[in-house]
Design a protein around this ligand. Sequence first.
Ligand code: ATP
Ligand code: MG
Length: 421
Amino acid sequence: MTSTRSVKGMNDLLPADSSKWQRVEQSLKSVLNSYGYSEIRFPILEKTELFRRSIGEVTDIVEKEMYTFPDRNDENLTLRPEGTAGCVRACIQNSLLNSGPLRLWYNGPMFRYERPQKGRMRQFHQFGVECFGMTGPDIDAEVIAMTAAFWRALGVAEAVTLEINSLGTSASRQAHKKALIEYFETHKSVLDEDSQRRLDTNPLRILDTKNPEMQDLVESAPKLSEYMDEESRIHFEGLCQLLDQLDISYRVNHRLVRGLDYYSKTVFEWVTDALGAQGTVCGGGRYDGLIPQLGGPETPALGFGLGVERLMLLVEEINPGFLQQQAVDIFVIASDQEVTQALQLAEKIRIAEPRLSVVVNCGGGSFKSQFKKADRSGAELALILGEDEVRESRVTLKYLREKKDQESLTLDEALNRLRSL
Ligand code: ATP
Ligand code: MG
């Protein structure tokens, strides 16, 4: 039976959970809307080269996490491991970058070949945001303020903290890189295999290590802030000031480097200790150099990715009430002879009150079994159509969750009653 099971680390989203996801997605979308963002959709598959060139060769993603395969024409394609590369590619290709600032968002599946565990899947989902054409730090602060608004909307603000850092410009990173290489060279015996390999190519990534035996070593490594150029320093101070003025608390974490090569200046993460090891819910930063590097016009940019699975776990843990939603409002019960009237009544209600969810008992059965189904559906109300009701053009309304007498109503009276639900 293994061929009829899903790919490891790729989960189904079942009806019991999909309504919870929809609630969370809806909240995020309404916050995005309130900040003036527009949605962009781009393919799940891109040429492998795009990710190699943007994310960087010496990164976890490109070295070992990408789903890459040749298509029938032997072109190398990759299932997107993140959204920024595809979004930037789409904006360059469609000449969106020449007509002023852009605020974009997207939501969809991403793919990484990782060891599946809680909060870490091979197919997972991200809400992503990318802003183009603004140098900051004002937009950096606004983007972070919007993420803070996400947490408030979902009732999880108490459980997340903001970490920020600046990676400086590529010139200051070069100077820092030299110092890092010298430092790690003198402590080479403490480096694990991954870090040894990265020593010459991407020593900054060594700072990101999760190896407990290397924590002391990286803690006392040369800090980028000591090599920071003037422009980046002013940018970062500006950001800190704006965050203070917007009442957003943060912690400066000098070791925050993020796992992708394209970042410069501002980087940030929202972390939680409510989810064990997979503590980063949202991460992003500025990537001013990426667009020209991919053949587009010189354009300042920043963005972030938010892992939806981790966010769902967090909301479930911190504010589960938010996820409880009445799936069905009204359940229509009818005797076998009155099925047509039941379908017609449901249509009328849906037209009059489109926000209500109306389910008709289809498939017949005794009143007793229909009431059981109504109860299980979670509906507030049952509308009952028997022979007597139809003859008198009335309907019986029964409250399924409250101790109230059932009532016999005309159709107009029933519709009026539903209006106030
Ligand atoms: P981590 O350090 O946890 O591996 P990352 O730095 O690789 O995260 P990003 O590339 O910054 O993650 O992606 C942004 C967000 O997407 C993460 O903060 C996380 O919430 C989510 N995410 C990343 N990888 C996975 C995964 N394999 N499964 C579920 N969510 C993920
Ligand atoms: Mg990762």
